[in-house]
Ligand binder design. Sequence first.
Ligand code: PMV
Length: 321
Amino acid sequence: MFSTVKTRAYANIALVKYWGKQTTGINCPATPSLSLAVDALMTETEIRRSRRDGLVYNGATVTDISEIRIFKIIRDWKNRGLLEGHFLVDTRNGFPSGAGLASSASGVAALTAGLNRLTETALDDETLNRLTRQGSGSAARSLTGGLSVLPDDADPWARQIIPPEDVPWCIVAAVTDLHSKKVGSRQAMEICRETSPYYDDWIKTARRDFAEMLEAVDRRDFSHVGEITERNCLAMHACMWAARPALMYWNETTVKIIRAVKSWRDDGLEAYFTIDAGPQVCLLTGRDRAEYIAEKVRELPGVKQVLIGYPAGGAEVVSCT
Ligand code: PMV
């Protein structure tokens, strides 16, 4: 039996968003989603058997771990009879955490990939993916990496549809605010479902976008992929803006980047934006244009940090002893 395991996982950026949960099942998405895992958004995690539970998060010791998601997941694995004992978890994100750059996806995927190595009998891919999804929907897609889909059927699991080396696109992520967001996605999705007059239309729109996206991806039709990416993101945010209270994650710089991207496109430079539940903007571009686009984004006032994320694989075990 192993006592220490080190893992690595990459956050993913959804081009068709998971936003909203089914009312039955454990954390089942109400919309099908499709995303790209990228190497710049990496989480590294070490899990070590110990006499007591403990957490080091981004280099700092966390004193009260009772409500921390990592330990809720570990408790769940114990309740299922998959694990025993106590664990010291040391996890680090190489990018801003909790600010809408999908750190929960890479964090949860790095955790469950490691826990699976510490179990007596490792789970099969499908079961591990479902358990991961229960901890965080988008984490199921980080587990598989590359271009992955997570369907909206009962108890779904994610699967990779294109391996990273075959994806011709990448992501330029523009950080516009380094602080953690105030309303987490779990709570925000519930507010949307309960109060947004556009919620039902959002679900229908997302399902249509997903079907169209699969075809566009299959043809590697970048312009069409980009167009669906933008309209899907805007439809999700329209649903959020119409909620009570309104969920407005954007800031002035978010809007500036949207406008800049549109004007660059008018000049023949192709990039498309998408925005998760936060103020950061991710641009989908061709691999060959990423450096140039990143330079242009860096010049925009208000942009705090720019990361170029090339397609990455799924969660991996780096070592175990
Ligand atoms: O998996 P969660 O609970 O962090 O929710 C993800 C929500 C979005 O990032 C906005 C969309 C997505 O599909 O990743």
